[in-house]
Design a protein around this ligand. Sequence first.
Ligand code: SF4
Ligand code: SF4
Length: 458
Amino acid sequence: MADVDATRGTGPVPPDALRAAENGGGAGAFDGVHPPSSELVSDCVHCGFCLTTCPTYVLWGEEMDSPRGRIHLIAQGLEGEPLSESMVTHFDRCLGCMSCVTACPSGVRYDRLIEDTRAQVERRHPRSARDRALRAAIFSVFPYPRRLRLLRGPLWAYRKSGLQGLISRSGLLERLAPTLATLDSLAPRLRRVPRPPRRVAARGTRRAVVGMLTGCVQSAFFPEVNSATVRILAAEGCDVLIPPGQGCCGALSVHNGRRAEAERFARRLIDTFERTGMDYFVVNAAGCGSSLKEYGELLADDPGYAGRAAAFAAKVRDLAELLDELEPVARRYPLPVTVAYHDACHLGHAQGIRAQPRALLRGIPDLELREIAEAEICCGSAGVWNVLNPEAAAELGDRKAAAVLDTGASVLVTANPGCLMQVAAAVRRRGGTIALAHTAQVLDASIRNLGAAALAGR
Ligand code: SF4
Ligand code: SF4
């Protein structure tokens, strides 16, 4: 018992931790540090309604690659089964897309179960040298906006030299190193955009003061999305606060079981923003938003931050959610485009935000909105899942690209940089053409009366 208490810090020890400790506290699949909750596991009535919405079950038809199967494996682990290589494989294959949470009629909190399970896997399961090296490389670059920005120069040179086209046409990279091929195909087109200032004043009457997350991938590879977000917020009467050096929100870390790292990022972000006097904290990346809204749970064991984290989380809004709450004041000019809207999983499934972005798009005169078939199935991006599981991610990407192109829309709109990169790569593979834009860029083009040409070729 002493070991369990020591690792948990000063917070109360929950019943599952006690049970895991009594079960050997380390002999079974899980130790006493935030084991997955047996109460949540027992909520599953094995009905199977979640199966057909799970992308890995759709791909492979294997019970253990379904939500129900994974919950069964967690139950086995809680009963004392050791954490086997095969168990870890099935947990690793989960995209964390939360489609099963939407589909489940019993309200099973699979999101909590897999998050706690992943943290156990990362601490307790010895990974292969290749896997360790790949994960170390990913997590020493992706959550650091400055390091990501340093990649822009070499990426630009790689493109300009014609090397990328040559390698991609040869198909050699796919055969030799699918992970590298995936990274190569995902890299977005780079544009030079000046960094946003620290504070942008509301246009007209001020209705709110909002802090804004610039993000890691968003700020390094999609700075024009951040610029559009700032302009929309100002046009809708918001003072926008954008402190530099805000760092990562920790989403990537927490979704991959790196809880301690996620906690560090969360503390830093709270320190950066909590004394700015903001009414809201706005986020334009779905994956970041869903994690930020859970800061209260993430830092619940930290007496210095628990209350502050919960207060911070209560202010978090996705951009579409905030604009819907505020109601529009800026004039929308016509934008004669046909748009297919893709629900990013961490916006639709994890945050339940589906109606607001559609309402924003429908509020633009002359814009026609089309729905994508199989909308609930993930595009295969899922943070860094597509880098860790390149072949399966390409299959899901191809499936999504086909559904997107079937709509006949001229622009694909979504609210997550990962989805934009993933679908863009898949559309390119199929030889299709469709412009890609974040919801913010579409609204911005309408508010500034830029016309449909502003979205073409993105
Ligand atoms: S989170 Fe997604 S991939 Fe994982 S079990 Fe649920 S539906 Fe399947
Ligand atoms: S997770 Fe929900 S939908 Fe899936 S089998 Fe269990 S109770 Fe049924």
